[in-house]
Design a protein. Structure first.
Length: 291
């Protein structure tokens, strides 16, 4: 598979993650807590992924390999905890722009850990994406939700997501993506259950409306991104953190179509800038990649 095809998979993984904030907001409106929503997300994700993994080819993994995959999934679980907490204090658009700070955080991690200096193309792309994200998130509106607690949770989500992007790009164990995702989702679910005891399994809310949100957030916030990232991230490497920024255009679109939020011209202009920033590093200097 050519590089551009792996890039599309990572791009779609980011789009999938961009859907989650809408479902989380809807769940909060229905009266469910952050523990309910986050716990059910990873509970459903783990069950669905393992059910699908039954039917895919498997190889015997060493204890070390299993631990690597489990640990690789844990930052995704932390991202879910921190991101869902931030959505309890600030609106979805502002939460997404905070999560997008993983772009420069990831570049910082690569420089600190492996001394990898970002290319000029990546730097330009990051600047364009961040410039567009301010417009797309409408952070300059006077009525935007503002909370230091929410900002703190959002930045922690960005840090954990940057860690996940970095680690997943290096967990290149040659196994089926579904099988790999099942183990990584289990790692994410484990850390969530430790931080947020799964009371939803015993208090009846799961069968009283929570299950649908668990399935939706599990699919779009855990399963689809993990599968797509597992396939694409090891191939695109440093471009992965830029391609994942597709979550913001998707979040803006979902807020319009599902939540009925008004998206003005400046926000769509920001989305266009972000798409340009995402596409730029994947273009050759003189021509588009051949299909």
């Amino acid at each position: 598979m050519e590089l551009w095809k792996y890039s599309i998979l990572v791009f779609l993984g980011g789009c999938s993650y961009g859907v989650v904030s809408t479902f989380v907001k809807l769940a909060y409106e229905d009266g469910f807590t952050v523990s309910d929503v986050t716990g059910s997300q990873y509970f459903c994700a783990a069950i669905i992924t393992w059910l699908v993994a039954i039917f895919v080819p498997k190889i015997k993994l060493s204890v070390k390999q299993c631990l690597i995959l489990l640990i690789s999934g844990m930052p995704m679980g932390l991202t879910g905890v921190f991101y869902n907490k931030s959505l309890g204090y600030i609106n979805a658009s502002f939460a997404v722009i905070l999560l997008l700070q993983y772009i420069w955080i990831n570049q910082g991690l690569q420089y600190i850990l492996v001394k990898k200096v970002p290319s000029i193309r990546n730097i330009i792309s990051i600047v364009v994406i961040l410039f567009g994200s301010f417009f797309a998130s409408d952070v300059f509106k006077s009525d935007i939700s503002f909370s230091w607690i929410g900002i703190g949770w959002g930045l922690l989500a960005a840090l954990s997501f940057a860690t996940f992007v970095y680690v997943s790009g290096r967990a290149s164990i040659p196994i089926h993506p579904i099988y790999k995702s099942a183990i990584m989702t289990s790692g994410a679910g484990l850390v969530v259950m430790i931080l947020m005891p799964p009371m939803f399994l015993f208090n009846g809310v799961l069968i009283n409306g929570l299950l649908k949100y668990g399935i939706l957030t599990g699919l779009f916030g855990s399963i689809f991104p993990l599968v797509l990232f597992s396939i694409g991230m090891p191939k695109v490497c440093s471009l992965g953190n830029i391609l994942c920024a597709s979550e913001l255009p998707m979040a803006v679109s979902m807020s319009t179509l599902v939540l009925g939020e008004t998206v003005n011209f400046s926000r769509w202009l920001g989305v266009i800038f972000i798409l340009i920033g995402i596409a730029y590093p994947n273009l050759e200097k003189n021509r588009l990649p051949s299909l």
